[in-house]
Ligand binder design. Structure first.
Ligand SMILES: Cc1cc2nc3c(=O)[nH]c(=O)nc-3n(C[C@H](O)[C@H](O)[C@H](O)COP(=O)(O)OP(=O)(O)OC[C@H]3O[C@@H](n4cnc5c(N)ncnc54)[C@H](O)[C@@H]3O)c2cc1C
Length: 398
């Protein structure tokens, strides 16, 4: 089967690209080794950042510059006015809150955030202050950063392209015929459920497999070390909690970033990230939960944390290698031969990543992808389950 573009990996980046290429007339197929979004997208907090996190020093950093157009672009796609039309994605919150603690560094961070942000932060009046933030010192701001429910985003993007994606066994059912380093001539697939084979001849291969990019690059004769992993140890809190979306600022850091979802048992789940998840990397689950309980008491004074269930999960952010292992400023791609490797760096930057990739492609040459005839009984990937729905042990308050 001849193809214009073969995509490896169906997280937010691969699925957005698949949709965009289809609309532009490219014949495209996406291969996924697990469930869609396994790894980062389904574990993410879903905040469509506009740069607030990167302006806490009061300067408009490279990161803030790269990301500031994204909220408006996403808003337009989420309302169905721009493509991809993702209007059936659940928007968990239309905006985030920004608040501080009593500490001096926290006060300074808030000043920095307001100076660095050109627009988009407005002071929340007393009558609109969420109850859970009512005991926080100082002013509370509202930032125009929408929060999307990432499983529903993945569903929305995947739903209309089921006929253009296959599940693969990347360990035993995938091999490459190379014409040189990064020059993929043929990709051979073995059906994970029977001995059917499929041979693909893509003009271009795009890797949007998150941390799977390293291994795929090595199979194609490329350097797998071009990627870095930045670990996080996130906290989950479940119970009768109010919905809360936002960041508690401390100096140039976000001391805690909290987003909310509803679990299938009808309870609210908070995903707690920010500095708590960075610090948690060296902690055990038990010590991180104890730390998170102290931190939540400090950043949300007055919050009753009795009768809540606590859990944690570890996840790596996969990004292009950057000096000193710091976060790359924007979406990153690398092209060698006919292989493009791509890392969005942030979910919010997926549209930017798609543009960078599409700018590198030649015009479509193959028949439109709608005409792709895929084996009907080949398994198709499903969307991954969010971390709080997976089998895990929940702990009571220590
Ligand atoms: C805890 C956490 C919170 C975050 N919060 C935010 C946030 O609030 N806002 C924001 O903008 N960004 C956030 N991010 C960053 C964001 O999640 C990522 O930048 C983005 O989701 C990466 O998407 P991706 O599609 O490149 O990778 P992934 O989502 O990791 O998807 C990769 C896909 O490739 C598949 N795959 C892997 N190997 C192979 C293979 N060999 N063959 C085929 N398929 C393969 C995987 O199964 C997966 O489906 C967060 C990240 C983390 C970890």
């Amino acid at each position: 089967m001849k193809l214009d573009v073969l995509i490896f990996g169906g997280g937010g980046a691969g699925l957005w690209l698949l949709d965009s290429l289809g609309r532009a007339g490219y014949s495209t197929l996406l291969l996924e080794r697990d469930a869609l979004g396994t790894g980062q997208t389904v574990a993410a907090q879903g905040i469509i950042h506009g740069g607030i996190k990167y302006t806490l020093s009061g300067l408009l950093t490279e990161s803030a510059r790269a990301i500031r157009e994204m909220p408006a672009l996403w808003k337009s796609c989420l309302s169905g006015h721009s493509k991809p039309d993702i209007s059936d994605t659940r928007v968990s919150a239309a905006f985030c809150h920004l608040w501080r603690t009593k500490s001096l560094s926290s006060q300074l961070g808030m000043v920095g955030a307001r100076a660095g942000l050109r627009s988009g932060a407005s002071k929340v009046t007393q009558e609109h202050l969420p109850g859970v933030l009512s005991c926080c010192p100082g002013e509370v701001f509202r930032v125009d950063e929408q929060v999307v429910d990432t499983p529903s985003l993945l569903e929305s993007l995947a739903d209309r392209h089921r006929n253009r994606m296959l599940k693969i066994d990347s360990a035993d059912g995938l091999s490459f015929d190379l014409a040189g380093k990064g020059r993929v001539r043929t990709v051979r697939l073995l059906n994970p459920t029977d001995d059917q084979t499929l041979e693909l001849q893509p003009a271009t291969v795009v890797l949007t497999a998150g941390e799977g990019n390293a291994e795929l690059r090595e199979s194609m004769g490329l350097d797998g070390q071009l990627m870095q992993r930045r670990p996080l140890h996130m906290v989950l809190v479940k119970g009768k909690l109010p919905n809360l979306f936002g960041h508690c600022v401390d100096g140039t850091k976000t001391r805690a970033t909290i987003t909310s979802s509803t679990s299938t048992d009808g309870l609210t789940v908070w995903q707690v990230g920010g500095q708590i998840a960075e610090d948690g990397v060296t902690m055990t689950e038990t010590s991180l939960i104890a730390h998170a309980q102290r931190e939540l008491a400090a950043v949300l004074p007055g919050l009753d944390i009795s009768e809540l269930a606590w859990a944690t999960y570890r996840v790596d952010r996969a990004e292009a290698k950057s000096p000193g292992g710091s976060k790359p400023a924007g979406a990153q791609i690398d092209q060698q031969g006919n292989v493009i490797t791509a890392w969005p760096t942030k979910l919010a930057l997926v549209p930017e990543l798609t543009k960078l990739i599409m700018d590198r492609l030649d015009a479509p040459t193959c028949a439109a992808s709608s005409k792709l005839e895929l084996p009907p009984d080949w398994p198709r990937p499903r969307v991954a389950m969010p971390p709080w729905e997976r089998d895990r042990q929940w702990h009571g308050q220590s």
